[in-house]
Design a protein around this ligand. Structure first.
Ligand code: SF4
Length: 248
């Protein structure tokens, strides 16, 4: 059976694997996949997010079958797997894959998601929800869909006792400090201890927004920190902690 997996990367130093899934149920105007479809931690792609977007990348030509994924992973020493790329929850094979990874490799399974679709979570150890915007009009403008379901799903995941984290992208003059503070307040209503990471926006796609500066990100971290116990950020000037290699 085919999966939606088109790319696999591996950080040997962290014993960490990333499975990249194609396809999404949102159309974010600043989606990085409009610029680079492969892992931006690789040597050959790491500068792509800083460059212009004259040319859209090709879509993946091939997808792995379930058994091919399992065969590839057998040769690797890993303890952690991230389901990411675009939206992994759209792949009907994901719950079965997470179960197989638990059983055969005892891996710690982390799902990165936009939160719009819930799947059976028994074999997912941690969920990272990317919350795009608080105000529904703004969320619709950015993603093409309402955020009502996402907020409900986020609270549901917490009530199920799932280990949960949240992330947002700071886009100057669009999804700005005011908006990020509202998201932080929402997360705090669910649980102040949920870790929240704020990432600097890097221009991608056809839109007028500029990159967020490290100082802007730091300021927003301070504002979100008024509501939450654990706020971190990616300012965009960090060095890679581990070497990342392409497996597929
Ligand atoms: S949810 Fe993620 S993958 Fe989907 S369009 Fe938005 S940024 Fe891209």
């Amino acid at each position: 059976m085919n999966t939606n997996i088109y790319h696999i990367t591996y950080a040997p130093g962290a014993k960490s694997l990333c499975l990249h899934f194609w396809g999404c149920n949102m159309r974010c105007r600043g989606c990085i996949r409009q610029k680079e479809i492969y892992d931006c931690h690789l040597e050959e792609t790491k500068d792509a997010i800083f460059e212009g977007t004259e040319k859209s990348p090709e879509k993946p030509a091939r997808f792995l079958e379930f058994n091919q994924v399992m065969d590839i992973l057998k040769s690797l020493d890993f303890s952690q797997v991230r389901f990411m790329g675009m939206e992994a929850t759209l792949d009907p094979e994901l719950p079965k894959l997470a179960e197989a990874l638990h059983k055969e490799f005892q891996s710690y399974n982390i799902l990165l998601t936009n939160g719009l679709r819930l799947i059976p979570m028994e074999h997912i150890d941690e969920v990272v929800v990317s919350i795009k915007a608080y105000q529904n009009e703004l969320h619709r403008d950015y993603t093409g869909v309402s955020n009502k379901e996402i907020f409900g799903n986020f609270a549901k995941l917490h009530s199920w006792g799932k280990r949960l984290r949240a992330e947002s992208v700071l886009i100057p003059d669009y999804i700005d400090c005011y908006e990020i503070e509202r998201i932080a307040e929402f997360i705090a209503e669910v649980d102040r201890a949920i870790p929240y990471r704020i990432d600097a926006y890097f221009p991608a796609g056809d839109n007028p927004w500029r990159r967020a500066t490290p100082d802007e990100v730091k300021e927003v971290v301070g504002v979100a920190g008024k509501h939450l116990l654990n706020v971190s950020c990616l300012k965009g000037d960090e060095k890679l902690k581990y070497k990342v290699v392409r497996i597929y």
